[in-house]
Design a protein around this ligand. Structure first.
Ligand code: LLP
Length: 414
């Protein structure tokens, strides 16, 4: 099981830091997301330690988990934010980030979003389109801003070892600019007098299975920057993986840092980790509603589904399930854990090894802190779940976001 110091059994009780999960969910009921700030801060620290000795800034990728309490904790610990929409910039500012601490990325920024971000004075624009440069130049002119910081996003034409839905660096992907276009833009920087070109951005995908493709991508970016010694900012994106299953062979933070270290010495480096910081700091707790034995299998029908956690349905992602109270010595059996949503893809886990459980028993779905709540939907008119945060000290908790209500679901409709 992908357990660790912050999420572990103590005398048969599943804990988040110093608190039994059973107590944490008592306040809100289920389904509910629980986050350990201690674990998220531990991960941030581990990433910084791996890259120590280099000039590295960590900009947490808010798309992975935008809970204000999570953002606040990471910002207070000195992290910047990687935002992909004006909404995320607004969220980051609300959580206490300064505009300069924010990088604004995204393949389809709208003119309004660009003006908003220029007006706020965000720290970096990761630009993926030549027309976007013109818009940025125009917004800067209209708003009387100078030296708007730009990193051009390179599509390095490398194939990341990950699920095809979350690979972004191959030729033909919608992301980034080709090397040819980047060469051209860099040779004509004077066409954009209100912009300051600082370097390049490259992000080849998420949940990366090796370091080699990242090294290749960074090398390509550096070839493009070689003629411009003044351009020494390199944003190498996110992508460092989380361990979803015990024993999974994945590169560690230290493996990425070791492979990249020789390349990064003379650069000001930005990292945009999302999953690596928050995935294993979060669980989704669900309650078994019904047990059905059918077609030779045991089905656990639970109160969470693809509306709360879409990763299994969308990416065939595998998450581990553990009961809130351990059942030592019981025979484990392969069961299917399914949600209540009217879709055959609403299966949270296949062939899950679990003890014989009864309605009312609770399960924690592990490694659900990243791309869980942020991708939750209201399909089937299901209110989105609450989020409970265990503080950095590990001994107290608060409801960071309430469960949505039926009234919330009707808001804005006539
Ligand atoms: N930077 C850029 C430009 C990105 O596109 C992403 C993620 C990140 C940073 C953060 O990547 P991370 O460190 O979290 O791997 N919903 C999918 C993941 C989508 C990732 C999108 N981009 C999932 O649940 O697996």
């Amino acid at each position: 099981m992908a357990l660790h110091d912050s999420i572990r059994y103590e005398n048969g009780t599943l804990m988040m830091d110093a608190l039994p999960m059973a107590d944490l969910v008592a306040k809100t009921g289920t389904p509910v997301y629980l986050y350990s700030l201690k674990r998220a801060l531990h991960n941030l620290h581990a990433i910084r330690t791996a890259y120590s000795g280099l000039t590295v800034e960590v900009h947490y990728s808010a798309k992975a988990n935008g809970c204000l309490a999570v953002l606040r904790a990471l910002i207070q610990a000195g992290a910047g934010i990687d935002a992909v929409s004006a909404g995320e910039i607004h969220r980051a500012l609300t959580a206490g980030a300064t505009p300069q601490q924010i990088v604004f990325a995204g393949v389809g920024k709208t003119p309004d979003e660009i003006r908003y971000a220029v007006g706020q004075g965000v720290g970096w624009f990761n630009v993926e389109n030549v027309d976007e440069l013109h818009q940025l130049q125009q917004a800067a002119t209209d708003l009387g801003r100078d030296a708007v910081p730009v990193a051009l996003r390179l599509n390095p034409e490398v194939t990341a070892s990950t699920h095809p839905y979350i690979a972004t660096g191959h030729g033909g992907a919608k992301f980034g600019l080709t090397a040819e276009v980047i060469r051209h833009v860099l040779a004509h920087q004077a066409q954009y007098p209100r912009l300051r070109f600082g370097g390049l951005h490259v992000h080849i995908g998420s949940q990366l299975g090796d370091t080699a493709a990242t090294v290749a991508a960074v090398s390509r970016a550096q070839e493009l920057l070689a003629p411009y010694p003044a351009l020494r900012m390199l944003n190498i994106g996110g992508g460092m993986p989380a361990v979803y299953r015990q024993g999974q062979a994945l590169p560690a933070f230290s493996d990425f840092a070791a492979a990249l270290r020789p390349l990064l010495r003379d650069y000001h480096v930005i990292l945009e980790p999302g999953r690596a910081i928050i995935a294993d700091a979060g669980v989704l707790v669900t309650t078994i509603l019904y047990v059905k034995k059918q077609a030779g299998q045991t089905l656990y029908i639970v109160d969470a589904g693809m509306t709360e956690l879409i990763r299994p349905a969308l990416y065939e992602a595998v998450h581990e399930f553990v009961p809130l109270r351990s059942f030592e010595g019981n025979i484990h059996r392969a069961a299917q854990v399914v949600g209540p949503v009217c879709e055959s893809s609403d299966v949270l886990g296949q062939e899950v090894m679990l003890p014989e459980l009864r309605p009312g028993d609770r399960l924690a779905i592990l490694t659900a802190g990243a791309y869980g709540m942020v991708m939750a939907s209201n399909y089937n008119a299901r209110p989105r779940p609450p989020e409970v945060v265990v503080t950095a000290q590990g001994n107290s908790a608060f409801v960071a976001r309430a469960r949505e209500t039926w009234e919330d679901l009707l808001r804005g409709e006539v």
